[in-house]
Design a binder for this molecule. Structure first.
Ligand code: FES
Ligand code: FES
Length: 164
């Protein structure tokens, strides 16, 4: 059995939510563990921890990735954005406003991952239709809402009904 104490560490430098950080991480440390346990950015959720639920979705260089399947060491020199980056100066992102207004969150566990997948979509497609939203969120599971209100919220945010 591998002893964590004996595991080799490497130094990784990346930009997280605009801040440059350097950390010594074991080779097996995932980006999700780095964010939640080393940087205390607990908005990113640890659901299945095996690439199935999307709760851990963050953006790496603007692309949605599953932080539970990404090694921290692989993010050397990359830009990582988490759900904590969305609100600015106490003002919610238009997606967050739309989620609130459309009742798109219940327990909220899936919400950070949904928001990050949706944020990536809106940078690619300014006014996505329902099919485009569904496709973009296909890797994000929600056990509560039935998805309709989440899709409503993302379409509304894209349509500019909720400005930042
Ligand atoms: S926690 Fe990463 S996909 Fe479920
Ligand atoms: S709101 Fe509970 S899992 Fe989506």
């Amino acid at each position: 059995m591998r002893s964590p104490a004996a595991e080799e560490h490497s130094t990784v430098t990346l930009t997280v939510n605009g801040d440059r950080i350097t950390a010594a991480v074991p080779a097996s440390r995932t980006l999700l563990e780095l964010l939640r346990y080393d940087l205390a950015l607990t908005g990113t959720k640890q659901g299945c921890d095996s690439g199935e639920c999307g709760a851990c979705t963050v953006l790496v260089d603007g692309q949605p990735v599953l932080a539970c399947l990404t090694l921290a060491a692989a993010t050397e020199g990359r830009r990582v954005d988490t759900v904590e980056s969305l609100a600015r100066g106490g003002t919610l992102h238009r997606l967050q406003v739309a989620f609130v207004e459309h009742g798109a969150t219940q327990c909220g566990f899936c919400t950070p991952g949904m928001l990050m997948s949706a944020a990536a979509l809106l940078t690619r497609v300014a006014r996505p239709d329902r099919a485009q939203v569904r496709a973009a969120l296909s890797g994000n599971l929600c056990r509560c809402t039935g998805y309709t209100k989440i899709i409503d919220a993302v379409v509304a945010a894209g349509a500019g009904e909720h400005e930042e």
